[in-house]
Design a binder for this molecule. Structure first.
Ligand code: CP
Length: 314
């Protein structure tokens, strides 16, 4: 079968069709089932991870994916880099281009930074999160996880809860869901953190059913959905200074999913969360059958193996 991901950049979920997602998910399923078959797949290849912003899961799972497939990983520590001397992201990317890595994985606090890097590079560029804009590989592992939970993605009813303004995982995910048939999305957020209009317009253009809800409706929405996708308030995206601090304070503890709110949920109901979580899910839920966020995070390994292999191998 033709590898439709070869030499492709992974910048935005808008760039991928449903059949692209299906191809990737099937490949990742194969890798999850038979990891040893892929243990030498990246032999001789080097990944350059450029994380200009903090990360636990994305960074570690990309590194682990590379190592478990026999590849190597360049050591980039933003704290010890020349960024502190004022070097621009463009110059840093030009250096990496000259050093001949096989793939670059970038996380940066500015929206559009991944596209900027891709425009300079001539090797596959993977966006590991560009500011409040997109986090496409998170969405790919989210789709993989929804399929694992429900057996399919078409027709799934999802509640997206929390910081829907700055939460890039939500933005990428809603676009991806719009490529499947019959999905329904319930948005639940504080008034000041609603989904930006530009993303809602994408859903309207595609005829996707969605509705927006206030936080006090969360308990009712929980009962309607197959998957509840919780997110934390993205404190780091609020404006700097006293005004931003005040805005954050007003919403920082606005919602917390409690066990008693889960009474009467649908059969097979699961809670997902891109993590890290802070205080938006009561910790007693972590050990319940409803929590699926650690399995979700683990799925990142298979998806990122598939992405690294497919983008770099003809
Ligand atoms: N979900 C996610 O992007 O987590 P990290 O910020 O830890 O990479």
């Amino acid at each position: 079968m033709e590898n439709i991901f070869f030499n492709r950049n992974i910048i935005s979920t808008e760039d991928f069709s449903r059949s692209d997602f299906d191809f990737l998910l099937n490949y990742a399923e194969e890798i999850k089932k038979n990891p040893e078959r892929f243990s030498k797949s990246m032999d001789g290849k080097i990944m350059a991870p450029l994380f200009f912003e903090q990360s636990t899961r994305t960074s570690l799972s990309f590194q682990m994916a590379m190592l478990q497939m026999g590849g190597r990983v360049l050591d980039f520590d933003v704290g010890g880099s020349s960024l502190g001397k004022g070097e621009t992201i463009s110059d840093t990317i030009r250096m990496i281009k000259g050093y001949k890595a096989d793939a670059v994985v970038i996380r940066h606090p500015s929206g559009g930074s991944a596209q900027l890097a891709a425009d300079i590079l001539n090797i596959p560029l993977i966006n590991a999160g560009d500011g409040p804009n997109q986090h496409p590989t998170q969405t790919m592992l989210d789709l993989f996880t929804v399929k694992e939970i429900k057996g399919k993605i078409d027709g799934v009813e999802v509640g997206l809860v929390g910081d829907l303004k700055y939460g890039r995982t939500v933005h990428s995910l809603l676009i991806a869901l719009s490529k499947y048939e019959g999905c329904k999305i319930y948005f639940v957020s504080p008034e000041v953190l609603k989904v930006p209009e530009t993303f809602l317009q994408i859903l309207r253009n595609k005829g996707i059913q969605f509705s927006e809800h206030k936080l006090d409706e969360l308990q009712d929405i929980v009962k309607l959905v197959d998957v509840l996708y919780m997110t934390r308030i993205q404190r780091e995206r609020f404006p700097e200074g006293i005004e931003g601090e005040q805005q954050y304070k007003e919403v920082s503890e606005a919602y917390c999913l409690k066990p008693e709110m889960l009474e009467g949920v649908k059969a097979g109901f699961k809670i997902m969360h891109p993590l890290p979580k802070v205080s938006e899910i009561d910790v007693s839920i972590d050990d319940s059958n409803y929590a699926y966020y650690f399995e979700q995070a683990a799925n990142g390994l298979h998806i990122r193996k598939a992405l690294l292999y497919l983008t770099t191998t003809k």
